[in-house]
Design a protein. Structure first.
Length: 77
């Protein structure tokens, strides 16, 4: 896949607000597995492989007009 976006949200007064937004370039699923326990809780694990990641933290900018969103990028080769 050329690009994938994963958004982690937080709840604020009943609304889901983005906390961290990860943007992955040249991403693919390398492994996926399902697990369960005796109580019936299910867990899914997904491993991703990608060539470039960018993460944005828009929550840091929302409290102040002088602050910009935090952007970080990393290139893995």
């Amino acid at each position: 896949m050329k690009e994938g976006v994963l958004t982690l949200c937080r709840r604020d007064k009943g609304a889901m607000l983005p906390f961290i937004i990860y943007t992955l370039t040249n991403v693919r699923i390398s492994r996926m597995s399902n697990h369960g326990d005796a109580e019936g809780s299910a867990t899914e694990t997904v491993d991703l492989v990608y060539s470039h990641i960018r993460w944005d933290i828009p929550a840091l900018a929302s409290k102040s007009k002088t602050r910009r969103p935090l952007h970080r990028q990393a290139l893995w080769r």
